[in-house]
Design a protein around this ligand. Structure first.
Ligand code: NDP
Ligand code: GDR
Length: 369
């Protein structure tokens, strides 16, 4: 008998990689999608098509984490063995503009799912994965950050996720549910949302290298993040739900890198060496060497733009994945160099297509943030 999984947030980055992984493992997969005025299934369409070519193994259902009647009905119909709660308003900066909605979707949304499973009498059957985050650590208390490091959230997003974390622990302890938190550090990929810093950088680098864009505006260049590949991290999610005892795990690479350095790595991948000069809001990046005819030596390609500063920042994230290695047998397979290479190659190909379409006379919007 195939296992049945229900993924909220299936149209997002992680949802796509997780759906692919579970289908490969023989699962029947159901996913929650939001209604939107334009299609929001660009990432998952190919996976749906492949999964349903021979038999119907992946089904998308309309719904929302802010609607408990919808969640109860879906879970009752699907009777999942595993729920992966990946849905969230996941942008830290945007959460300062939409704090109440973020609390509702990311915090209370988690409670709605747990309650649905409990009220439907599925506590003995359904295992739940909660997408917790390294943002919980916030203001640095200790490094590297492990399962026992205290939390100090620094954004409405992180505070909402803190509720999600603790309500998951509470339902496990109070009702004996198999419910676990994966405390995942930043993970990226070619399908990462375009306004998260890594993808914003690799897209801009590809466009600058292709003569489609002149500069890249960024906020805090000194923030440090522990960046891994989303493909590896969804494998950890699955492993967390296959243990004898439900527990919480940190998933990270154990390496941290400045945003500034990520920018240099991405430009180097496109054949452009850059250096930084100036301080604070006056800092800029300029071209030192270039093997791209569209990019001149001395050209200013990076500029600090205070619009991208956050009201309160998380300066340093560095995870300790020892427990995941020992208990789950999980280690990351892609390092930072491999991640940057894959993302830049993907975005160079996208830029090449834009150039081709424009040559053919089509108008293509670049949608630069
Ligand atoms: P994305 O932003 O790419 O995807 C978020 C998903 O949630 C999308 O499918 C989105 O739908 C959906 N969603 C948003 N709001 C709602 C709602 N109210 N009801 C139903 N669905 C909703 O995030 P990622 O894939 O990167 O991350 C997955 C999860 O992991 C998130 O919870 C995130 O907070 C968390 N996380 C992510 C990390 C990372 O580095 N990527 C690290 C640690 C935690 P739509 O497509 O319609 O917008
Ligand atoms: P983060 O990711 O906030 O860590 O949350 P993001 O890529 O948005 O920012 C990382 C760091 O880069 C700095 N930064 C910028 N960020 C953005 N988005 N845009 C910019 O122009 C820019 N310039 C500098 C930020 O200030 C920050 O320090 C991600 C999300 O996926 C969360 O959902 C998840 O929980 C955490 O990772 C772990």
């Amino acid at each position: 008998m195939s296992k049945v999984a229900f993924i909220t947030g299936i149209t997002g980055q992680d949802g796509m990689y997780l759906a692919e992984l579970l289908l490969k493992k023989g699962y029947i997969v159901h996913g929650l999608r939001r209604r939107s005025s334009l299609s929001n299934t660009g990432r998952i369409d190919r996976v749906v098509e492949e999964a349903n070519r021979l038999e119907r193994r992946l089904t998308l259902h309309h719904g929302d984490l802010t609607d408990s009647t919808n969640l109860v009905r879906l879970i009752q119909n699907i009777q999942p063995d595993e729920i992966y709660n990946l849905a969230a308003m996941s942008h830290v900066h945007v959460s300062f503009d939409t704090p109440e909605y973020t609390a509702n979707a990311d915090g209370i949304g988690t409670l709605r799912l747990l309650e649905a499973v409990r009220l439907l009498g599925l506590t003995g059957k359904t295992r739940i994965y909660q997408a917790s985050t390294s943002e919980l650590y916030g203001l640095v208390q200790a490094v590297p950050q492990s399962e026992s490091t205290p939390f100090y959230p620094r954004s409405p997003y992180a505070v909402a996720k803190l509720y999600g974390y603790w309500i998951t622990v509470n339902y496990r302890e109070a009702y004996g549910m198999y419910a676990c938190n994966g405390i995942l550090f930043n993970h990226e990929s070619p399908v990462r949302g375009e306004t998260f810093v890594t993808r914003k950088i690799t897209r801009a680098v590809a466009r600058i290298a292709s003569g489609l864009q002149l500069t890249l505006g960024l906020g805090n260049l000194s923030a440090k993040r522990d960046w891994g590949h989303a493909r590896d991290y969804v494998d950890a999610m699955w492993r967390i739900l296959q243990q004898d005892v439900p527990e919480d795990y940190v998933i990270a690479t154990g390496q941290t890198t400045e945003v500034r350095h990520f920018v240099q790595l991405a430009f180097a991948e496109a054949g452009i060496e850059i250096a930084f000069e100036g301080e604070g809001a006056e800092e800029y990046g300029y071209v030192v060497t270039s093997n791209r005819p569209e990019v001149a030596i001395g050209q200013k390609v990076v500029q600090v733009d205070p619009r991208f500063y956050r009201p309160s920042e998380v300066d340093l994230l560095l995870g300790d994945p020892t427990k995941a290695a020992e208990k789950l047998g999980w280690t990351p397979q892609t390092d930072l160099a491999g991640l940057v290479q894959e993302m830049v190659a993907n975005d160079l190909e996208e830029a090449r297509r834009v150039v081709e379409l424009r040559k053919l006379g089509y108008s293509v919007s670049l949608d630069i943030e």
